[in-house]
Design a protein around this ligand. Structure first.
Ligand code: DON
Length: 302
């Protein structure tokens, strides 16, 4: 497997230079674009990696999968009164559907949906970010994981768009807590720094019927796990979910830090990272690497 991963790294590295590092906040704009890492964790506990698989990066929207998992554990089916399960076909930070769909976001992975989920977790935990960080540390089996303050505070400074979504949802009665408090928790979660190995391990429960071998807990039921994977396959890559299904064919979740998580149900969890993004805000070399990997191994679920 590692020979394959090394050859994929060589194949996709020339793509670096064709994308653009996230630049909406200085803390992300300054990342060295010339980086690539990949890690695969198998259900029988084997780890394979290549490139900079141990280099930490900002997980950004990949954190939305942890938030959703925490919310499902507590709210179950009730949560779907407040957020939908359909792809949006729009960019991750779009506001357009929110007004004519009465403040109910299309799915938990676009920013509006993730903010509603963060609002649910805010109602439930006294310190929502610390609850989330504890959860992530346990799942990744890494007690050193932390949020990067400079990223979270700079996201808060440039919060206008996310704040608009949250206040609009508040106006529609779909937001319980103080908007600014929820924004802080949401940004603290997005600013978690992890590497490909941490993420592949932390999300291994999604490949393993909801059971995490690292923390020894049944994180979600087997049924809930297939449901989350279904949502990841249809909405995890936003307005590029169709392209991801076509090219890679796996449930996945991207972040503007350049990470992409992919799940091979009942077999592997995979994380790839390269900071340059395509027009939809998804890692350009990361997508290409997952496509090559999926094609070589015949991983597509479709
Ligand atoms: O709220 C935001 O816009 C960022 N903190 C996260 C966006 C993101 O990662 C979108 N994914 N590709």
């Amino acid at each position: 497997m590692e020979d394959l991963l090394n050859s994929i790294e060589q194949k996709v590295k020339p793509l670096i230079g064709l994308g653009k590092v996230a630049d909406y906040i200085p803390a992300l704009a300054n990342v060295d674009p010339n980086q690539f890492g990949i890690a695969i964790y198998s259900n029988d506990g084997k780890l394979y990696h290549a490139g900079q698989a141990y280099t930490d990066f900002s997980i950004q929207s990949i954190s939305k999968v942890f938030s959703l998992t925490l919310a499902i554990k507590h709210y179950g089916e009730d949560m779907w009164k407040r957020v939908g399960r359909e792809p949006s076909g729009n960019p991750f930070n779009s506001l357009v559907q929110l007004e004519y769909e009465a403040g109910v976001p299309r799915n938990p992975f676009i920013n509006a949906g993730a903010l509603v989920i963060s609002d649910m977790n805010q109602s439930r935990f006294a310190s929502p970010h610390y609850a989330m960080r504890e959860f992530i540390r346990r799942l990744a089996d890494n007690p050193h994981l932390n949020s990067e303050h400079i990223v979270a505070s700079s996201e808060y400074e440039f919060r206008a768009r996310n704040a608009s979504m949250a206040y609009l949802m508040k106006a529609f009665g779909n937001f319980e807590n103080d908007v600014e408090d929820v924004l802080h928790s949401y940004f603290d979660n997005c600013a978690m720094r992890m590497n490909c190995v941490d993420l592949a391990k932390a999300f291994s429960f999604l490949a393993n019927k909801g059971f995490s071998q690292l923390s020894g807990e049944q994180v979600l039921s087997a049924r809930e796990t297939t449901q989350v994977n279904g949502l990841l396959a249809t909405s995890g890559l936003y307005d590029e979910a169709g392209n991801f299904a076509y090219r890679v064919g796996l449930p996945g979740k991207s972040g503007v830090g350049g990470g992409i998580l992919a799940i091979v149900p009942n077999r592997f969890s995979v994380c790839v990272w390269s900071p340059e993004l395509n027009k939809s805000g998804n890692s350009l070399a990361g997508m290409a690497a997952l496509e090559a990997l999926s094609e070589s191994i015949g991983w597509s679920v479709f």
